[in-house]
Design a protein around this ligand. Structure first.
Ligand SMILES: NC(=O)c1ccc[n+]([C@@H]2O[C@H](COP(=O)([O-])OP(=O)(O)OC[C@H]3O[C@@H](n4cnc5c(N)ncnc54)[C@H](O)[C@@H]3O)[C@@H](O)[C@H]2O)c1
Length: 252
């Protein structure tokens, strides 16, 4: 997508899975990248891969649940590249188990990353985007942000929150040229799904794959392309929307 060349793109949770595939896709499109995550070695490796594609890139170690670290992340973006054009708030953690067994600690672990992490990112990204004259934000929800799922209460609640935050922030900043959308992936083959299912050949893995009318789980690269679309000028009239990338799961 031509409109992404030279754009400054910030991605959280960029060291693996959907975040990493999306960083590489933006790199191929000629964007300049700030990739954020908690893992230094994986971050350095990703920067090497991005530079091999000819992209300018920098890793900033960031835990999205820590306000000071998120503030530094956005400040570093602006000092490095002079502006911010696109933010992909993607860091997230999974959780599973019956409602009668959840703990307050588990609630805080999930909501600190999936909800507070997105709110903090927006708090600091928006002033930087306004300084650039506008831009595009994409938050990572899930099919779990749209429907209920037994035994996945905390995760479902956190992703429903992401969708509410996305719509409200879109309304708050539409007049100032910031578009805010979300993506809702189905099951995508990443470390997260591996942890959740124990692998594609397990009963849970097969069950999860069967939830998609397309008959398989998705690939991180397929999610990346929808993020690039929402970030680009091709999506100039799209805001406050959640785009499913789910092999038809939500159409049932
Ligand atoms: N894989 C799926 O099936 C699927 C489906 C729907 C939504 N999602 C969402 O996609 C996003 C990416 O997940 P993924 O599937 O690529 O799995 P993943 O585990 O590979 O990626 C999640 C990333 O977030 C990072 N992260 C976790 N806590 C963090 C924190 N406090 N600060 C900074 N980074 C942190 C992890 O280190 C990791 O790099 C998540 O928000 C997840 O909820 C995934």
């Amino acid at each position: 997508m031509k409109s992404l060349s030279g754009k400054v793109v910030l991605i959280t949770g960029a060291t693996s899975g959907i975040g990493k595939a999306t960083a590489l896709a933006f790199g191929k499109a000629g964007s300049r990248l700030i990739v954020a995550g908690r893992r230094e070695a994986e971050g350095a490796h990703l920067v090497t891969e991005l530079k091999a594609l000819g992209a300018e890139a920098r890793f900033v170690r960031t835990d999205v649940s820590q306000e000071a670290e998120v503030r530094t992340l956005v400040e570093t973006t602006v000092t490095t590249f002079g502006r911010l054009d696109v933010a992909f708030n993607n860091a997230g953690v999974e959780a599973a188990g019956p409602i009668t067994e959840f703990t307050v600690e588990e609630y805080r672990r999930v909501f600190d990353v999936n909800v507070l992490g997105v709110l903090l990112a927006l708090k600091y990204e928006i002033p930087a985007l306004l300084q650039s004259g506008g831009g595009s934000i994409i938050n990572t929800s899930s099919v779990a942000g749209q429907i209920g799922m037994a035994n996945v209460n905390l995760y479902v609640a956190s992703k429903h929150a992401v969708e509410g935050i996305t719509r409200s922030t879109a309304l708050e900043y539409a007049a100032q040229g910031i578009r805010v959308n979300a993506i809702a992936p189905g099951a995508i083959v990443t470390d997260m799904v591996q942890r959740f299912t124990g692998g594609p050949e397990t009963e849970t893995g097969k069950y999860l794959a069967s939830m998609h009318p397309l008959g398989r789980m998705g690939r991180p690269e397929e999610v990346a392309q929808t993020v690039l679309f929402l970030a680009s000028d091709e999506a100039s009239f799209v805001t406050g929307h959640t785009l499913a990338v789910d092999g038809g799961w939500l159409a049932k």
